[in-house]
Design a protein around this ligand. Sequence first.
Ligand code: 5AD
Ligand code: SF4
Length: 469
Amino acid sequence: MELNTTESHDIGIAPEHPVSAAPAAKKVFVRTYGCQMNVYDSQRMTDALAADGYVATDAIDDADLVLLNTCHIREKAAEKVYSELGRIRDMKAERAEAGRELLIGVAGCVAQAEGAEIIRRSPAVDLVIGPQTYHRLPDVLARVRGGRKIVETDYAVEDKFEHLPQPKRAELVKRGVTAFLTVQEGCDKFCTFCVVPYTRGSEVSRPVAQIVAEAQRLAEAGVREVTLLGQNVNAWHGEGEDGEEWGLGRLLFRLAEIPGLARLRYTTSHPRDMDDELIAAHRDLPALMPYLHLPVQSGSDRILKAMNRRHTARDYLKLIDRIRAARADIAMSGDFIVGFPGETEADFEATLKLVREVSYASAFSFKYSPRPGTPGAEMDGHLPEAVKEERLRRLQALISAQQQDFIASLVGQTIGTLIDKPGRRPGQKVGRSPWLQPVIVDDKAGEIGDIIDVRITRTGQNSLFAELV
Ligand code: 5AD
Ligand code: SF4
């Protein structure tokens, strides 16, 4: 899966109308692991539960329902979920003594991969629900309240997006001026290290009308920047409003017409699906931010072949040349895996060489982690942990130096900044650069949602300090 995975987020949203006299509303606490799509999914699950009378809470102790939205991409993700479930089970037992119910749900990719095994290992869990079925959450909860355990991981025949309730405008406003919007889900590429085709299923594109309507609602709620999401977002395609087949490039042009939407991004892409129209969008569409996450995973053709990436290092470099010819100031980001089975020192050095040739503004790198059920896990030549660690350190040192160089190159430049939140210190606000660094500006520089030109005066670790021009 090629969406950036981050640490866990709590999508806790305070109750909108705390009422003291009326019976308290049921509360849900959602913990999100993994990628941006899980962040989006957690919001949509919260919306589905809101329509069912739940309000979100960011205090787990307050919750009547705890939902873990899990990630299966690397490492002992499932193990982390089980140990978290252990803690929540103890909470549930304490609650039961006090005569109050606590329901526990596991959603997301671990739910999809493990299914009923989760309830077998962790009997306190009441429901397991996959990424393609979470629109059925209210229905599943109704069944669970009858005292049953429910596993809902079959791929739904119906379109979940058609069945999910729309969030209230006030809710969208609360979520801020940047938003995610899933346009594509699943993957048919079957890279040999990757579990995504098994957890998220095969590639599905959402229809144009659905996407445009959702983007319009976001814009009406004050959203200025939308990031289109998909495991293979640039494989998105669909019938356009003109009856023609559109690719992601056309879709971006259409979304840029929506009043208020000033910035667009998309993530994550596969090099094989970067078509001419998408590259042209980078040239012709000012709203499309000059920052592209284009994972390559390795710089060695031998390893790329074993990974089933279906392109060479040279294909990738040539593609970047074409993208840079279209948009000279584009900054690149990527993902790398070190220590894939059979990777030699020479293979690894080819990766370092590719990184030097591209020069990334930022990049994510990971030690190979065998995923059960993927072809990579069955291959010969698994490397010792120490070798993976040593390679990861070298790669990360190189990437981090490139990232510092990139940030340093911004000092003195005037850049557009979307002000998106109050600063941590009084007298400051925080904006977002075109390349996603936080930009610290004076409180009076503008209001949240404004896009202003600022001059970068100095840099922090991964942040920029700026003055108004
Ligand atoms: N081991 C290590 N890294 C992985 N990724 C995906 N699967 C694995 C795995 N089995 C990385 C890839 C992908 C990113 C989201 O996670 O680099 O692009
Ligand atoms: Fe996984 Fe490869 Fe599909 Fe990305 S393209 S989600 S890495 S199988």
